[in-house]
Ligand binder design. Structure first.
Ligand code: HBI
Ligand code: FE
Length: 291
């Protein structure tokens, strides 16, 4: 564990890794960090996030005096889609994570980043997990997608396809864009909880933006230490659910026979390119030149 929080360290947990939130133990400074982050994001996300995200925020009342009390939040969330949020001490093993999702429980970090880490954290904190992920869990279509993903995870594990499935999570749940009639919008939690990437993902000329394709995404590398160099855009949140409702058996068979994966800046023949990135293009050109 990289985060030192005595409230977390004092708690023991079982096989589900669930701990108490101990909402009363958050300090005024910690609540203030939430409120500052919230206000910053509301401003930057205006006109950038999908309307479903804003709708979820409003329904769940996530700016009610600092870090949300999960007991209260769960009453509203459960009534909307049957999901609840549980606290976990840090990153948890894949199979435990999938089991929570398959049962409509979203595991959220308890700790919140410090004032001097507002723009970058290594592990997901309660702001990323609750502000970033939970508003869309109030939408039935996304709620169903996340559950289907959790169930898919259980199968992927037994088929040796965990890496492939993790890429799907990365390029949809964390860094997904939506190609709406009004232009590209953000729905990925890793973007909506980041002030800088909220702007970069839509406005930077650097990354490629490509239409979502399940098999393509499952074969694409990703980076966790910088802005993405490629984003994938669905036309509709229903596309996500539809993608996970097919039988992954034949897909996994195909993936098993293919060697190698696509690099971050690759554009392949079957891609529908929405915007071709300058940096992505330069990187590819340089790679070709040095061959
Ligand atoms: N644990 N707490 C936590 N949060 C995550 O997002 C998470 C995790 N464990 C595993 C995991 N994600 C991955 O399996 C997903 O990226 C697929
Ligand atoms: Fe996340």
């Amino acid at each position: 564990m990289t985060v030192h929080d005595p409230i977390i360290e004092a708690q023991s947990y079982g096989a589900d890794f669930v701990i108490e939130q101990r909402w009363d133990a958050y300090t005024p400074q910690e609540h203030a960090v939430w409120s500052t982050l919230y206000e910053r994001q509301i401003e930057v996300l205006n006109g950038r996030a999908v309307p479903e995200f804003y709708d979820g925020l409003k329904r769940l009342n996530l700016n009610d005096g600092g870090i949300p009390n999960l007991e209260k939040l769960n009453i509203s969330l459960q009534a909307l889609t049957g999901w609840t949020v549980v606290c976990v001490p840090h990153l948890i093993p894949d199979d435990v994570f999938f089991d929570h999702l398959a049962n409509r429980r979203f595991p959220a970090g308890r700790f919140i980043r410090k004032e001097n880490q507002m723009d970058y954290i290594e592990e997901p904190d309660v702001f990323h997990d609750v502000f970033g992920h939970v508003p869309l869990l109030a939408q039935p279509v996304f709620a169903d997608y996340m559950q289907a993903y959790g169930k898919g995870g259980q199968r992927a594990k037994s088929e040796g396809m965990l890496k492939e499935l993790a890429r799907l999570y990365w390029y949809t749940v964390e860094f997904g864009l939506l190609n709406s009639a009004d232009g590209l919008r953000i729905y990925g939690a890793g973007i909506v909880s980041s002030r800088t990437e909220s702007v970069f993902s839509l406005e930077s000329p650097s990354p490629n933006r490509i239409a979502f394709d399940l098999e393509r995404v499952m074969k694409t590398a990703y980076r966790i230490d910088d802005f993405q160099q490629v984003y994938f855009a669905v036309d509709d949140l229903y596309d996500l659910l539809a993608a996970t409702q097919q039988d992954f058996g034949p897909l996994y068979e195909r993936l098993r026979t293919q060697e190698g994966i696509h690099g971050l800046t690759d554009i392949i023949e079957t891609d529908t390119v929405l915007t071709r990135g300058t940096q992505a293009y330069a990187a590819k050109r340089d790679a070709q030149r040095s061959r």
